[in-house]
Design a protein around this ligand. Structure first.
Ligand code: ASP
Ligand code: MG
Length: 424
C-alpha cells in the first residue's frame, strides 16, 4: 500500500539485542515497510542503557568504570563483527569514534558535575551506537537509508533525564526537513533523545523511545505508528508475572493510556496523547511473529473488556501525620504537594484520613530523604519500602479473588472500574 503519509516504526532494545535480531529487523523492514515511506526509531541495544547507567555511577564516585565501559564496548563490537564481516567497512570507524567520545566523557566526569546533565550526555551513546549500526546494516541490505540525529529535531528544555518537548519548534524542524528525505529513503533515528537550543543532549525519561516515535509520528502526520516488541501485542498482563494472558486485538487510546499510567510496561505513558490528538493508529506487533495480528490502538469503544492486571514494583508508602493531633487540613496537603512536586516525586496512589495522609510513590532514596528533611518539622513521617502497587482495571469478582489471594494489603482503593492496592 503506497501512501504519501509516512509510517513510523519503533524498535526497542530487544529487537536489536544481537546480530540475529538485526537481521530479523531488516527482514521486517523489507517485508512490511518496503512500499511505504518509513521512519525508524531505535532504542539502545539490549540492556545497554542500564549498563551505561552503571558506568556513569562508577565514574561519578571516582571508581573504576573501565570494566563496565569495556563490557558495553565488547558487546557492541561482537554485534558489529557479526553484521559486518568486512573489517574495512566504514561503520567500524564510525563506531570507534563514538566509543572514544564516550570514554573521554566518562574520564572527564567530576563529582562536582551536575549528575543528571552528565547522565544525559553519556547515556545517549546507547542510541547513537545502535542507530549507527542499524543505518549501515540496512544500507548493506540494499535499502536506501539515511541517519538522522534526533537531538537536532526533538527540541526540549533542560529538565535533564525527563526533558519537556518544545512542540511548536520540534514540529517545525521535523516538518522542514524530514518529509523530503522520507520521499527518497528510509530515515533511521534514535529514540529517547532530545536536544536543547544550546546544543546539549537531553533524554525523555527511561523507556522514552516510544514517546520519541510518537513525536515524529505527530509532526509528520504519519499514517500509522508501529511498536515492534517481543510479545504478541498489548496483553492484559505482563507474561513475566501472570500465566494466562490475553491479547487485546483492538483497544482504545483511553484504555491504553490508563494502563500505561498505572504502570503497564508495554508502552511509555506519554506515547498516546500525540497519536490520539491526530488520530494516528498505533499497532503493537511482535518482531518474532510479524505476520501475527498484534493490537490496534485507536479511537474505539468496547463494553466488555478483559480485566487488565498491572504491577508496579519498588514502591514506597509514605504517611504524614500532624504532630499535635489536629486534622490534616487542605493547607497541610498544599505543603506536602509542593514538596512532592519540588522533589519530582510522583503520586501513584493517595489516601486521606483524619490525622494522616498517605501516598504511594516510586522509591527514589535521595528524593525520599529530601522529602523527609523538608517536612519533618511539620509532620511525623513513616514509610515502608520494597512494596508493590497492584492495579486491576475493569475488574470483576473473579479477578480480584485471584490477585488478592494471600497478600497482605497495606492500602486499598476502588472506583467503579479500577481496583488498586499496595502490598509487600
Ligand atoms: N534505551 C532507553 C531505555 O532503556 C530508552 C528506551 O529503550 O526506550 O530506557
Ligand atoms: Mg528499552
Amino acid at each position: 500500500m503506497s501512501t504519501n503519509r509516512p509510517t513510523v516504526y519503533k524498535f526497542g532494545g530487544a529487537s536489536v539485542r544481537d546480530a540475529e535480531a538485526f537481521r530479523n529487523l531488516a527482514q521486517i523492514v523489507k517485508l512490511y515497510g518496503g512500499e511505504r515511506q518509513l521512519l525508524i526509531v531505535v532504542s539502545a541495544m539490549g540492556k545497554t542503557t542500564n549498563a551505561l547507567e552503571l558506568a556513569i555511577d562508577l565514574a561519578y564516585r571516582q571508581q573504576d568504570f573501565a570494566p563496565a565501559y569495556q563490557q558495553t564496548k565488547s558487546y557492541h563490537q561482537e554485534v558489529l563483527q557479526g553484521l559486518f564481516p568486512e573489517s574495512e567497512h566504514p561503520v567500524y570507524q564510525r563506531m570507534s569514534h563514538l566509543f572514544a567520545e564516550m570514554h573521554d566523557m566518562l574520564r572527564a566526569i567530576q563529582p562536582t558535575y551536575a549528575y543528571d546533565k552528565a547522565y544525559d550526555q553519556l547515556v545517549s551513546y546507547g542510541e547513537l551506537l545502535s542507530s549507527t549500526l542499524l543505518h549501515h546494516f540496512l544500507q548493506e541490505q540494499g535499502l536506501a537509508c539515511t541517519w538522522v540525529d534526533s537531538r537536532k529535531y526533538i527540541q526540549t528544555d533542560s529538565t535533564w533525564r525527563e526533558a519537556k518537548v518544545d512542540w511548536p519548534w520540534t514540529e517545525r524542524l521535523i516538518g522542514r526537513d524530514l518529509p523530503a528525505l522520507l520521499e527518497q529513503q528510509i530515515v533511521v533515528t534514535q529514540g529517547f533523545l532530545g536536544g536543547t537550543n544550546d546544543g546539549h543532549t537531553t533524554t525523555l525519561g527511561r523507556e522514552g523511545s516510544d514517546f520519541s516515535a510518537a513525536i515524529f509520528a505527530y509532526a509528520l502526520n504519519a499514517a500509522a505508528m508501529y511498536i515492534w516488541k517481543d510479545v504478541e501485542g498489548l496483553l492484559n498482563a505482563d507474561p513475566k508475572h501472570f500465566a494466562d494472558t490475553v491479547r487485546y486485538p483492538t483497544i482504545s487510546y483511553q484504555e491504553t493510556l490508563e494502563m500505561a499510567y498505572y504502570g503497564a510496561s508495554v508502552i511509555h505513558p506519554k506515547t498516546i496523547k500525540p497519536l490520539a490528538n491526530k488520530q494516528i493508529p498505533l499497532y503493537v506487533k511482535s518482531f518474532l511473529n510479524p505476520a501475527g495480528e498484534g493490537t490496534k490502538i485507536c479511537e474505539c469503544r468496547f463494553e466488555n473488556i478483559a480485566p487488565a492486571y498491572i504491577i508496579k514494583e519498588n514502591q514506597c508508602l509514605v504517611s504524614f501525620s500532624v504532630k499535635d493531633f489536629t486534622f490534616i487540613s487542605e493547607k497541610n496537603l498544599g505543603t506536602i504537594f509542593n514538596a512532592l512536586s519540588e522533589l519530582r516525586l510522583k503520586i501513584n496512589l493517595m489516601q486521606n484520613s483524619a490525622i494522616s495522609f498517605s501516598i504511594c510513590t516510586d522509591y527514589h532514596p535521595e528524593r525520599l530523604q529530601g522529602l523527609i528533611q523538608t517536612l519533618q518539622d511539620q509532620f511525623v513521617i513513616h514509610y515502608n519500602t520494597a512494596l508493590t502497587l497492584y492495579t486491576v482495571k475493569n475488574y470483576d469478582t473473579a479477578s480480584l479473588g485471584s490477585i488478592l489471594y494471600q497478600k497482605e494489603v497495606l492500602l486499598e482503593q476502588r472506583t467503579r472500574t479500577t481496583f488498586q492496592f499496595v502490598s509487600r
